[in-house]
Write a protein that binds this ligand. Structure first.
Ligand SMILES: Nc1ncnc2c1ncn2[C@@H]1O[C@H](COP(=O)(O)OP(=O)(O)OP(=O)(O)O)[C@@H](O)[C@H]1O
Length: 359
């Protein structure tokens, strides 16, 4: 899929931006703080309804604006053109598809964006939440019902946590229904996640090994969030006493995690920061490739500050993979990354939130 047109209003320093994008490579060049990453942030919002940057959602809204919005004309496989919009006024997101109100789930089902940025190494070295998000984004695009089940799971979890925080005694019958619900939903979530990881495994091996051949074969490991030998319902009941002390539910699908280990770097601590980044990028490219296999359409690929994240050989390897795939690519930098010289691309100069196409 590709963005033919992108309009951004009231996002950080981007007050009013309207761009016609090239189907292939688009490069955004400008000084620090010019607004390059914010363009990628806008694109990412359409497919995740959140930013890839940490920090409060309120910070996305330009200081002088009361509303932020992102609008895109998205061309999908088979040349279908979709008009998508996402706006935020106050604390609420509002999605639109073809001018009609839509749920966030409907919006993100239509638009797929993968973004590699300076914080991406967190996928390898950061908290488990980052990896669960990655995994669940992939699962959602194979099985859209996932979002609904995940929300129901979160509601049941909240209820059990409220009982724990209220100090409800271990033997209370109030726990039972929530534990039954959690256990049934977690079982479904776990099986979807396993299926997805099994499908991801071959492209993950190929993409990660292509970027990090020196580390040998990668191995994908998954933990579902509760012990393998008994069902969750039983474990939750047995765990009530300890959970009461902690004030939250310590077992379940919200505790799942996955990791990558390498033949020549069996522990995460064996990876350099650059290798963490490359491993994260490999995972993202693998996910994008699996998406393309499933939907017949590559996600839009964003590469923030590519030249300062990767050495030139790795930049060239990524660009070669993406050029071959035919994916639309949005790259930012303070200058044109060396491997892009000589390749067809559209370039935009970014300065104080203003974008100018360069010929
Ligand atoms: N809520 C906001 N309202 C107005 N301006 C903001 C807001 N949040 C951030 N900014 C400004 O918007 C700009 C955003 O910069 P962005 O991170 O997109 O720049 P960049 O070109 O990617 O920079 P770098 O090369 O340093 O990474 C910065 O100048 C920042 O100070």
């Amino acid at each position: 899929m590709r963005l033919d047109r992108l309009r951004i209003q009231g996002l950080r320093c981007l007050h009013e931006v309207d761009l016609a994008l090239a189907p292939g490579i688009n490069v955004f060049i400008g000084a620090n703080g010019a607004g390059k990453t914010s363009v990628l942030e806008a694109v990412f919002l359409l497919s995740h309804a959140r930013s890839f940057r940490s920090g409060a959602r309120e910070a996305l809204l330009a200081r002088s604006a009361s509303r932020l919005s992102v609008f895109a004309e998205l061309r999908q496989a088979n040349d279908r053109l979709l008009r998508l919009g996402l706006g935020r006024e106050g604390a609420r997101w509002e999605a639109r598809i073809e001018g009609e109100g839509a749920s966030l789930g409907q919006l993100i089902a239509e638009c797929a964006v993968t973004c590699f940025e300076p914080g991406s190494h967190a996928l390898i070295a950061g908290a488990a939440e980052e990896r669960r998000r990655f995994l669940d984004w992939g699962v959602f695009h194979v099985e859209h019902g996932f979002l609904d089940i995940w929300r129901r799971y979160q509601r049941a979890l909240k209820q059990r946590n409220s009982l724990l925080r209220a100090g409800m005694e271990q033997g209370s019958p109030l726990y039972g229904p929530w534990e039954t619900e959690l256990s049934a939903l977690a079982g479904w979530i776990d099986s979807q996640r396993r299926n997805y990881l099994e499908r991801l495994r071959p492209s993950l091996h190929a993409c990660v090994a292509a970027l990090l051949p020196e580390l040998g074969a990668p191995e994908l490991r998954y933990r579902r969030g509760w012990a393998d030998d008994r069902d969750l319902h039983e474990q939750l009941e047995a765990q009530r006493g300890r959970d009461l002390g902690r004030g939250h539910t310590s077992l379940g699908a919200h505790r799942a995690d996955w990791s990558l280990a390498f033949e020549h770097a069996p522990q995460r601590e064996h990876l350099s920061r650059g290798q963490e980044k490359l491993a994260a990028l490999g995972c993202m490219l693998a996910q994008a490739r699996l998406y393309a296999d499933h939907h017949g359409d590559w996600p839009v690929i964003c590469l923030d500050d590519l030249a300062s994240e990767l050495d030139e050989a790795h930049q060239a390897s990524v660009i070669a993979q993406l050029t071959e795939s035919g994916a639309q690519v949005l790259v930012t930098g303070t200058c044109l990354p060396e491997p892009l010289r000589g390749l067809p691309h559209r370039m935009f100069h970014v300065e104080q939130g203003q974008l100018t196409p360069l010929l």
